[in-house]
Design a protein around this ligand. Sequence first.
Ligand code: ZN
Length: 287
Amino acid sequence: MDTKTEPAYIVYETPEEGIARIVLNRPETANAQDTQFLYELNDAFDRAAHDEAIRVIILAANGKHFSSGHDLAEQGAQANTHNYDTVGTMCGFTCAGAEAQMSREEEIYVGFSERWRNIPKPTIAAIQGKCIAGGLMLAWPCDLIIATDDATFSDPTVSFGVGGVEYFHHFWEVGARKAKEMLFTSDDLSAADALRLGMVNQIVPRAELEQATLAMARKISSKSRFALKMAKKAINGAQDAQGRELAMQNAFHLHQLAHTHWLKLYDFLIDPTGLPEGTRKALGLKD
Ligand code: ZN
């Protein structure tokens, strides 16, 4: 792996034959994602993808919440993305202006999420508690989602002056009308609404999440590996035939415009006035 050390934030398990379970393990920050966290997660997905013995991949999380999103303590382009061996063809991680930030986000945000979406093996996300903003960018690339009945999903980025997270999949997950409501209001989408809208496959009590996810993985792992690969490619291809990739690129570029806008105004990637006072103080931002 790139960092040449044992992963600090990600646990890789094989709970049953043919099943890999990748566990987000930074519960003290509600699994906030920084650069190292995402490279470790990508390494784990690669490991499961490349291991011929693995037929189904589970993405789970330790702690009360699935993920609180990107770690705001890490300052975008100033972060150390360029210290890692990049997995895409993007360059310019140390360039001036908006270029480094855009390169970074193209690699570790939309790039990683697309990469995980296209792994030619079934993936299942197990979600408990809150799944906020960048958290959606780990859950949505998975083929199936099983959530606890107290899980909530939100993208509050409009409150911080940005039109949505980098992996702009809202429309494909909940439809245009509900996607607009999620974005315009920053409100939580409940597990029950997510189930009704087809964004999650199953809701279970928290105590049953692990077993329900394993049961689903077990059922899928008994099927033809090749047929599963073709089924996944066909469904993903249907979304892409609807213009998904182009629509996502458009949203990503608007997202970069938002970062540049707030950097010019506040020297910060997002509108700091939209952050809670405690967060502003913790980040050392002036009022
Ligand atoms: Zn961004």
